[in-house]
Design a protein. Sequence first.
Length: 247
Amino acid sequence: MTVIERDRAASPETQGAPKGRLVWDWPVRVFHWGLVVSILGAFITNRLGVSYFAYHAAFGYAVIVLVVFRVFWGFVGPRHARFAGFVKGPKAVLRYLHASGRGWTTRHAGHNPLGALMVLLLLGLLAAQACFGLFANDEIFEAGPFAGIVSKSASLGLTSLHRKLFYVIAGAAAVHIGAVLWHWRVKGENLIAAMVTGKKSAHLVERHEEIRSSRGFRAIALLLVIGLGFALLLHFAPPTEFDSAGL
């Protein structure tokens, strides 16, 4: 973590610098906005009722594929996408909280230490939520593709967790959005624009920290492998019998 002065953007050393430097590769940006669409889609189709279950399931499958992709991309993606590049220990988190509490402006090319924890939390919650849905059922018409391989009581228990975990995810998402707005209004760092363009202000990113490639072909190949593997898994899922005592 580097503490910088608030007026550094206007200092002579940054005059003539480009307006932004590339930090977020396009696969990370597609993942982020794809996840937003999938979560909203799953929520809306759930509220619309059982006739939209197929769409709800499809959005849930998209969440699984995207989260699995992001986990792998955290090891093989560009520097700021890698977990090793932004996940820090407790001391770094405490230093960041201390600096923020004192009103110091800090510089992080990628995620700050607290934001990194939120990334891990959301990935874990969304993975659990979507996976619980694979084993869920409504005891009437619809069921997740793997509800038939667990007992009825286990399926119903996972269904309950699937419903309740949504509120935890909604709370975490609200905190995340609040933090993004706080950075925008208080620290003057527009993280929303950065996740659209991939670029952050030059005074926040040193020249050597800018990424040169999004590794797009690697991302596409990885996504195809994950998507096809998951589709194959779903294809061989056993049927669920609702009239059986042992779902």
